[in-house]
Design a protein around this ligand. Sequence first.
Ligand SMILES: Nc1ncnc2c1ncn2[C@@H]1O[C@H](COP(=O)(O)OP(=O)(O)O)[C@@H](O)[C@H]1O
Ligand SMILES: [Mg+2]
Length: 229
Amino acid sequence: MIKEESLLIQAVDLHRIFFVGQQKLYVLKGINLEVKVGEMLGIVGASGVGKSTLLHLMGTLDRPNQGKVFFNGFDLFSLADEKLAHFRNQKIGFVFQFHHLLPEFSALENTLIPALIKREDKRKARERAVELLTEIGLGQRLHNKPGELSGGEQQRVAVARALMNDPEIILADEPTGNLDRQTGEAVFQLLCRLNKEKGKTFVIVTHSQEMALKMDRVLKLVDGSILAD
Ligand SMILES: Nc1ncnc2c1ncn2[C@@H]1O[C@H](COP(=O)(O)OP(=O)(O)O)[C@@H](O)[C@H]1O
Ligand SMILES: [Mg+2]
């Protein structure tokens, strides 16, 4: 659901090279792309082609060797690491293939973490976390630790955590890649609902043809470049 034709993210001529021993691995070779406010953009491509690398650059978890990423027109990599971490915490939600929940903490505590990093009022944050988890069907699982939750429930906690600071965009890297088909479908439905009902912007890396078909737009990564959509 594209609410308006305004650009949220613009990536310009992104290059990423990794050094592996003596070898230079040219993973991204000049990527240009745009993400519009309110859209659900899919990124597909063969394993190892650089999808995660691209998502990490868009989310400022990594820096490009060349090129820029603009967020609401602002040149992100002009920021030093500390400022960039602050930006990330406030504006971007991440969901990974493996949920990366902290095993010693409950669903509620895991969801709260981004707000604690932001130094938000604890009581308010807790209220919001309860609300988020309840909304995505985990109201009865607040105090369970990840090990006591099913794969789908764990991934839903990861989604709640990504939403905690009300980010402008959610970047998801194969969010259903580790789930069985039915559970994966349910998690994807949740993301679609957040897009349609709350107007959240998503970039989702996926292997699933079925999921890709339901996106507003899909970009295919081939040999370090984007194939026309
Ligand atoms: N930090 C790194 N150091 C060296 N090589 C890396 C690093 N991250 C990714 N790569 C390599 O870059 C390529 C693209 O990786 P990745 O973005 O994870 O692919 P995809 O997500 O499409 O499967 C792979 O060949 C991977 O081994
Ligand atoms: Mg990947």
